[in-house]
Design a protein around this ligand. Structure first.
Ligand code: TYM
Length: 331
């Protein structure tokens, strides 16, 4: 059976981008593959959270994984820092990761631009840690959103380089995965780029947002003055709303508003109202479970412990092999 690995950084509440780009696929894949889904708390250290924030955020992601339908009996759910073998593999891979290629990573360049005062080495070697996360379980499929595509390419580079260096075929190649034809990119509500945590609170709709908050955020989404000719090409901010509708609404609803747009009869207020209601329908079952699961600390501890044991067992096997391949000797 093929192995699947994916993770989400513990930087706060999860949004629709995380859900449609990643978690929805986790839930579907757990029945068909040998799945490892983790909380990337080591990765979140690049932005220096306080111990209190880190603790709360790790719990939040664990709760939302479970609320979204990841079943700890089907998939291995664990916290990255519980599996120290990952950090060990990261160290080995770092010996063959080069400054030039790390500096060229788009995510690194974005981070440097956004926060020039915090260009730490962890940020630079972020793709190496991500490669270690994936190949520690010898995964071949990695369900992620479009923004992670380059990181997957780098994970293949580091795994292949190890294989070449030691003249073996130890690590298989991991590929970004989505059930659709292409990887998903969920737009935000600000009329610009993708939905994200760092793009401002109002840009993202969170799985835990109550209905009135969702309505308010969607009604405030950026629009234009409306089409001025029939079948007009949509400007980015309008296309974004239609793209969101494509994932949360039915095809009929999407086509209905698309027709109105093409005939210049669209009323953006109606479109937004419908979009907000469909987002509420999509997120309510998850939101309803979040509070109950969050209150059951004993259950959460059990899930994390069980997951860590299983993930460590798999990681240990790889690290033992890797140590032997590298040539560490025991006397
Ligand atoms: P992170 O925490 O930023 O996001 C977690 C997952 O959500 C997806 N995602 C989106 N998908 C579509 N549209 C969006 N607007 C959107 N926003 C976020 C991301 O693509 C991702 O799948 N580096 C990773 C975490 C990570 C990881 C790994 C993932 C660490 N190690 C190993 C896979 C395998 C990250 O920062 O994701």
């Amino acid at each position: 059976m093929e192995t699947v690995v994916s993770g989400i950084r513990s930087t706060g509440k999860l949004h629709l981008g995380n859900y449609y780009g990643a978690i929805q696929n986790f839930v579907k894949m757990q029945h068909e593959y040998n799945c490892y889904f983790f909380i990337a708390d080591l990765h979140s250290l690049t932005t220096h959270p306080t111990p209190g924030d880190l603790h709360g955020n790790v719990k939040q992601v664990l709760v939302e994984y479970l609320a979204a339908g990841i079943d700890p009996e089907q998939a291995t759910i664990y916290i990255q820092s519980d599996v120290t073998e990952i950090a060990e593999l990261y160290l080995y891979l770092n010996m063959n990761a080069y400054l030039g290629e790390l500096e060229r990573a788009t995510s690194f360049k974005d981070k440097v631009r956004a926060n020039p005062d915090n260009v730490n080495a962890g940020l630079l070697t972020y793709p190496v840690l991500m490669a270690a996360d994936i190949i520690i379980h010898k995964a071949t499929k990695v369900p992620v959103g479009k923004d992670q595509e380059q990181h997957l390419e780098m994970a293949r580079t580091f795994g292949n380089r190890f294989n070449r260096l030691y003249n073996n075929e130890y690590f298989p190649e991991p590929y970004a995965f989505s059930f659709g034809e292409s990887l998903v990119k969920i737009p935000g509500l600000d009329g610009k780029g993708k939905m994200g945590k760092s793009e401002g609170e109002a840009n993202a709709v969170y799985l835990s947002d109550p209905p009135e908050v969702i309505r308010k955020k969607v009604m405030r989404a950026v629009t234009d003055g409306g089409p001025t000719i029939e079948n007009q090409e949509k400007p980015v901010e309008i296309q974004n709303l239609f793209d969101l509708m494509k994932v949360v609404s039915t095809q009929d609803t999407h086509d209905h508003f698309n027709d109105l747009y093409n005939k210049m009869q669209i009323r953006y207020g109606d479109l937004k109202k419908q979009l907000a209601e469909d987002m509420i329908i999509a997120t309510t079952p998850i939101r309803d479970r979040i509070n109950d699961i969050a209150a059951d600390t004993e259950y959460l501890r059990r899930v994390a412990r069980q997951g860590a044991d299983k993930a460590r067992e798999s990681a240990r096997r790889t690290i033992n092999d890797v140590r032997e391949i590298i040539g560490f000797r025991k006397f």
